[in-house]
Design a protein. Structure first.
Length: 347
């Protein structure tokens, strides 16, 4: 049975040595099946990378909140595409895929990029061909639910969407769209109205949009990873922060690791997870580093929604968030089940 604990109680347990700090698995959102699978791998002596792949794969199979794995977040053409990232904090080796088409196991493909290529990121159809070469099967990622979601969106005049400064008016009708000439942009209402529409699909009740997982194993290996199907009704080809190293996740020994979730189009402009690791390197506490990374985004985008969860190399964990209701899951040798930690967010 899932257990929920607030951050005050967790702090009490830690300072009284009731909870051992490492090894440990932490991930965004109450995706405890993923947490427990990753912990199962770590407890059996597997390394942090393999444990993260195992944990994120559970979310891909379970389609956590419809925002991870196949059958969710159809783009404007009704297609689901996947993004995933793996960061090995011991050597800064990185493997990622973005806009991956017709392959269900995005995090597993990212591991092949990490271990079997000299590249960091493969995208689109070429990433699919790479996955097929590695032995993965190509298949449709659509489901009855995702097809209905796309059909309903089309019936609603393609609202909401991610277009700005185009005609026909993207707040009123579907495309195809053409750009508005510069001298006419001040006379159209696309920008403000459409920004409002975009915000409506990221309300706190449906903001669970990525699993980001960080782990330290029995041997001191530290790693981070992500998996997502991205933003619903995105423009085809859009890639958010999740597969971008330093944004969706980052890890570096002997400093720490970080995972992010939220409005990827905004968050990737700030590389918040890289910023957390750099702040830890400069001597900030885990709490200070997490808050600082979020505050840097708030300064420019006060209405954004997002969160980060971070861990230092000693196993101290904290999170920071803005504009949503955020929780994360944690498990280590002192816990028989994954715990869900609710975090108070700024608004």
């Amino acid at each position: 049975m899932q257990k929920i604990i607030n951050i005050t109680i967790l702090f009490f347990l830690i300072i009284n040595n009731i909870i051992e700090s490492v090894p440990v698995v932490v991930n965004t959102w109450p995706f405890t099946d993923a947490t427990e699978k990753a912990w199962e791998f770590i407890s059996k002596g597997n390394n942090a990378i393999d444990s993260i792949v195992a944990g994120c794969s559970v979310c891909e199979e379970e389609r956590c909140d419809g925002s991870v794995g196949y059958g969710g977040s159809p783009d404007e053409n009704g297609e689901t595409t996947l993004d995933a990232l793996l960061v090995d904090g011991m050597n800064l080796n990185i493997g990622a895929v973005a806009a991956l088409r017709r392959i269900k196991s995005a995090i597993a493909v990212a591991k092949y990029v990490l271990e079997n290529t000299k590249h960091t990121l493969l995208v689109g159809d070429q990433a699919t061909k790479f996955a097929e070469q590695m032995g993965f099967t190509s298949e449709s990622l659509s489901t009855i639910d995702s097809e209905k979601m796309w059909f309903d969106w089309k019936e609603n005049n393609c609202q909401p969407n991610f277009w700005l400064n185009v005609y026909p008016n993207s707040t009123q009708s579907c495309g195809p769209y053409k750009p508005i000439e510069n001298n006419n942009k001040n006379n159209n209402n696309n920008k403000n109205n459409n920004n409002n529409n975009i915000l409506k699909i990221r309300t706190p009740s449906i903001s669970h949009d990525t699993i980001a997982m960080i782990a330290i194993d029995n041997f001191g290996n530290i790693a981070a990873g992500t998996s997502t199907n991205g933003a619903t009704h995105k423009i085809p080809g859009r890639v958010g922060d999740s597969p971008i190293a330093g944004s969706g996740a980052y890890a570096m020994a002997p400093i720490g690791a970080c995972g992010a979730t939220g409005d990827g189009d905004i968050m990737m402009r700030f590389l918040p997870c890289y910023q957390v690791i750099e702040s830890l390197r400069l001597g900030l506490s885990i709490e200070e580093a997490a808050k600082d990374a979020i505050n840097r985004i708030i300064k420019w985008y006060p209405n954004f929604q997002g969160a980060i969860v971070a861990i230092d190399y000693k196993g101290n964990v904290d999170a920071a968030c803005h504009g949503l209701n955020f929780s994360y899951s944690i498990q280590n040798s002192s816990l028989s089940n994954a715990l869900i930690i609710n975090k108070n967010c700024s608004y």
